[in-house]
Design a protein around this ligand. Structure first.
Ligand code: PAF
Length: 276
C-alpha cells in the first residue's frame, strides 16, 4: 500500500492505474469505513482512499480542531482491507491558495443538515469535486449514514456529467444499533449507553409508518419528544421523500426518516429507509 502526501506524487502513481475506485474519508476509520473499502475493492483494479479533514465543510462552532486524527491506526486498517493507495494531503496540498471557486449545490444544501450547518455541503462538494479531479476514479463509494451528503454528491456528479458511478453503502451499526461514526468517540460511557436511543426512535417511527400512519407531523413531534424526555437536544426527526428529501405527499412509498440530535456536546445523526 502506498501512502502519498503530495499531488504530483499522486498523479504519477495513478497514471499507471486508470481503473480505480475511490473512497474519500476524513480518517479515524471504523468498521463502517472498512465496509466501504469492501464494496470498493471488487469494482476496480486499484482502490484509492483519501484521508483529509476538510476545514471548508466545518462551521466556526463545529469540531474541526478536535476531530480525531489517527493516521497510523488508519493506515494499519487500510492495509488490512487491501487498499492500494492512500492519499493524505495537508491543507496546503488541497488548498494552495484560498478556495474562491466553490461548488454551490442546489437547494438541497439548505435543508436539514444544511440548515443546521450553513455552508457544510458547499464545503463537502467543493473538496469532493477537487478530489475527484485529482484521482479520476470511475466509481466512488459513500455511506448512507450521511444520507443528505450522498444525495448532494450524487446530484453533483449527474449535473456536471462526471464519468463517475456513485455507489451508496448501508450504514454499519454496533450490536446495540448505534450507527458507527467517528464522533461516537466523543461520548462519555453514560452517553454511549444512551446513544442507541436515536436509532430506536427511528425504528419506532418506521413501524408507525409501516402500520399506515400518515400524520407525519405527529410522528416527528413524538420522535423529538422521545429524545428530549431523555435529555437530548433534537434538531430534527423528520419523514422525507427518499429521492430529494422533500416532505412526502400522502401515499408516497419510498421514504426515509432522518434524525439529528445533540447528546451532551456530541451531535449525532442517523436515518432509516422505509418501504411501504
Ligand atoms: O463523509 C466524509 O467523511 C466527508 O464529508 C468527505 C466526503 C470525505 C468530504 O470531506
Amino acid at each position: 500500500m502506498d501512502v502519498i502526501h503530495s499531488v504530483p506524487e499522486l498523479r504519477e502513481r495513478l497514471r499507471r492505474e486508470p481503473d480505480n475506485v475511490f473512497v474519500p474519508t476524513m480518517g479515524n476509520l471504523h468498521e463502517g469505513h472498512i465496509e466501504l473499502m469492501r464494496i470498493a475493492k471488487p469494482r476496480a483494479a486499484c482502490t484509492v482512499v483519501s484521508i483529509f479533514v476538510n476545514r471548508l465543510q466545518f462551521g466556526p462552532r463545529d469540531d474541526f480542531d478536535r476531530y480525531p486524527r489517527t493516521l497510523q491506526a488508519d493506515c494499519d486498517k487500510l492495509r488490512g482491507a487491501g487498499v492500494d493507495v492512500v492519499f493524505v494531503p495537508d491543507e496546503k496540498a488541497i488548498y494552495p491558495e484560498p478556495q474562491t471557486y466553490v461548488v454551490e449545490p442546489s437547494d438541497l444544501q439548505n435543508i436539514l443538515e444544511g440548515a443546521h450547518r450553513p455552508g457544510h455541503f458547499r464545503g463537502v462538494s467543493t473538496v469532493v469535486l477537487k478530489l475527484f479531479n485529482l484521482v479520476s476514479p470511475h466509481a466512488a463509494i459513500f455511506g448512507k449514514k450521511d444520507y443528505q451528503q450522498y444525495l448532494v454528491l450524487r446530484d453533483m456528479v449527474r449535473q456536471f456529467a462526471l464519468p463517475i458511478e456513485i455507489t451508496p453503502a448501508e450504514t454499519v451499526r454496533a450490536p446495540d444499533g448505534l450507527a458507527l461514526s467517528s464522533r461516537n468517540g466523543y461520548l462519555s460511557p453514560d452517553e454511549r449507553r444512551e446513544a442507541p436511543r436515536l436509532y430506536r426512535v427511528l425504528q419506532e417511527v418506521e413501524s408507525e409508518l409501516k402500520a399506515g400512519m400518515h400524520d407525519y407531523q405527529r410522528l416527528e413531534l413524538h420522535g423529538m419528544s422521545m429524545l428530549a424526555d431523555k435529555g437530548w437536544k433534537p434538531d430534527y426527526v423528520t419523514v422525507r421523500r427518499r429521492g430529494d428529501l422533500q416532505p412526502p405527499l400522502n401515499g408516497e412509498k419510498d421514504l426515509v426518516v432522518l434524525a439529528a440530535a445533540r447528546l451532551g456536546r456530541t451531535r449525532l445523526i442517523d436515518n432509516i429507509e422505509v418501504d411501504r
